[in-house]
Unconditional design. Structure first.
Length: 145
């Protein structure tokens, strides 16, 4: 009886876990629009006296005005990761403002001495603006000072 229960649980686990589900891809930026332009952000991590595993990308957001950026009314945002350095946005022509942030998870005061304003787990921000022209690709390197 004990082996029968174990066998049934194994079968349930096997059939329940081997059912792959397709995840629909909804990436609007891959659709080509000839009236738009593009910006490619180089989101490389700064060279600091900290281990690389202690630095993490937090966010990359775009807004039409500086006021909208501060109010968190973004027109576009990237789902940033520690494994990707370039992010591309397809946008209508005009001026845009960006904000990007990184955080530090190193121990003690090493984050504070490396330039993070609040020390460990605080966010170091950079921001700026750029102009998009129809049919052109613009490149922007994110620099944390």
């Amino acid at each position: 009886m004990k082996y029968l229960k174990l066998f049934i649980l194994t079968l349930i686990g096997f059939f329940g876990s081997c059912n792959p589900v397709e995840i629909p891809v909804d990436n609007v930026s891959d659709v080509y629009n000839p009236n738009n332009g593009s910006v490619v952000f180089d989101f490389s991590m700064p060279k600091l006296a900290l281990p690389d595993k202690g630095l993490h990308r937090v966010n990359l957001n775009l807004a039409r005005t500086m006021d909208s950026l501060y109010r968190k009314q973004f027109c576009s945002a990237a789902n940033v990761t520690d494994f990707k350095t370039n992010y591309t946005f397809s946008l209508e022509p005009g001026r845009y403002f960006y904000q990007a942030g990184i955080t530090c998870t190193c121990q003690a005061d090493s984050c504070l001495y490396a330039g993070f304003p609040g020390g460990q787990l605080s966010i170091w921000w950079t921001s700026g603006s750029f102009d998009i022209e129809k049919g052109k690709v613009f490149s922007q390197k994110l620099i944390f000072k």
